[in-house]
Design a protein around this ligand. Structure first.
Ligand SMILES: Nc1ncnc2c1ncn2[C@@H]1O[C@H](COP(=O)(O)OP(=O)(O)OP(=O)(O)O)[C@@H](O)[C@H]1O
Length: 354
């Protein structure tokens, strides 16, 4: 991979408390990369170091192979959009967007042309004369994006830009951000703790956990091949169950009830004390009793309807509960609470972390 932006062994402590440790990553030009992880995992700190708003304790940040740590923040050619709307309240939409060019003393006609282009890009031409207080949160964030992009930065950093918006508006602006990315080809680094948002927007996700990079990959990589319990748990829903590994090479495990199963993927994760089997809720299906070696006999504890799928909680021996997501096509009678069922699963889709 030809790296456009590289981070090498980044380290940051605040008064002796480690916030980011040993973070290294490479980002291609034009990529949309999301920093995903729980609160306090070091996502924002990493972003601020790239922006030049914070100095690292160790490590390097390179663009096209050259360090940018000695370049002041305002000369880094990096745009930034924050969670809180940071528009100037006494300026109109048009004046807000034009501001970075005015500060850079660009010629009048260029300012005019670029500002119009940005107003079109975020579809705010109709509201160009409004003041921030006269607009919704979503509209203000679109203006903030236009203002960050007006001087054509090579990199756009976004720190939870949509977390103050409601779900519907968030989805609308996600579409808008995708469009800006496709039209301009700008490299975007996007911080969020919302897994759905990360899946919807990113080319690749960088998963953070306690100041370290836990896993880097495409959305499907991370979902189908998590490398740790943390990754499997953070992205998507999963069922976990302690098992015994009988033969790691053949992927043979023994389930709590004593049954043995082959062909399970075994993964060295480093974040479990005991081998743990992970199964995604949508990889479980109802079977007729006894027709599959890989099945659990259980009883429906509860269920609820989610539009086109049913979510089931199934109690199985050993006091475990499996969560299932089953597609409902309307032609069959789905099991009801209290029904005895057999839950089938596919070993090759399951993972054991050890
Ligand atoms: N200015 C600061 N002074 C001291 N500690 C800080 C400071 N900023 C962040 N931290 C600490 O550094 C760690 C990483 O914080 P950071 O904000 O980078 O995480 P984050 O993943 O972006 O979390 P969030 O989603 O809550 O913003 C946390 O433990 C946090 O408490």
């Amino acid at each position: 991979m030809t790296a456009f932006l590289s981070i090498r062994n980044l380290h940051k402590s605040y008064h002796g408390n480690v916030a980011v440790q040993n973070v290294s990553l490479d980002i291609r030009k034009g990529e949309f990369v999301t920093f995903l992880g729980p609160s306090g995992s070091g996502k924002s700190t990493t972003l601020y170091v790239i922006a030049g708003l914070m100095e690292p304790t160790g490590g390097d940040v390179l663009v096209n192979g050259r360090t940018i740590l000695d370049v002041p923040s305002n000369h880094r050619n990096i745009g930034m959009v924050f969670q809180k709307y940071t528009l100037f309240p006494n300026m109109t939409v048009r004046e807000n967007i034009a501001f970075p060019l005015v500060v850079r003393k660009r010629p009048r006609d260029e300012i005019e042309a670029r500002t119009n282009e940005m107003l079109r890009l975020v579809r705010m031409e109709q509201l160009a004369g409004r003041y921030p207080a006269q607009m919704s949160g979503g509209q203000q964030q679109r203006v903030a994006i236009a203002r960050a992009m007006v001087y054509e930065p090579e990199i756009l950093l976004m720190d939870e830009p949509l977390s103050a918006l409601d779900k519907k508006l968030r989805e609308e602006i996600q579409g808008e951000i995708k469009r800006v990315h496709e039209r301009t080809g700008v490299t975007i680094l996007y911080v969020t703790h919302d897994q759905e948002e990360a899946l919807r927007l990113s080319d690749r996700i960088i998963l953070f956990n306690t100041g370290r990079v836990e896993q880097i990959g495409t959305c499907t990589d991370l979902y189908t091949s998590p490398r740790s319990r943390f990754a499997g748990q953070f992205l998507g829903n999963s069922n976990f169950m302690p098992v015994e590994i009988m033969d790691a090479a053949a992927g043979t495990i023994r389930l709590p009830g004593g049954a043995c199963v082959e062909n399970v993927r075994i993964c060295d994760s480093g974040d479990v004390d005991h081998p743990l089997l992970m199964m995604r809720p949508e990889d479980l299906t109802f079977r007729k009793a006894g027709d599959c070696a890989c099945s659990f006999d259980g009883q429906v504890r509860s269920s609820y309807f989610l539009g086109n799928v049913m979510n089931y909680e199934i109690g199985i021996p050993g006091d475990y509960t499996l969560t299932m997501r089953v597609y409902i096509d309307g032609t069959e009678h789905p099991p009801q609470t209290g029904d005895r069922v057999s839950v089938g699963w596919l070993p090759h889709k399951a993972i054991v972390f050890r």
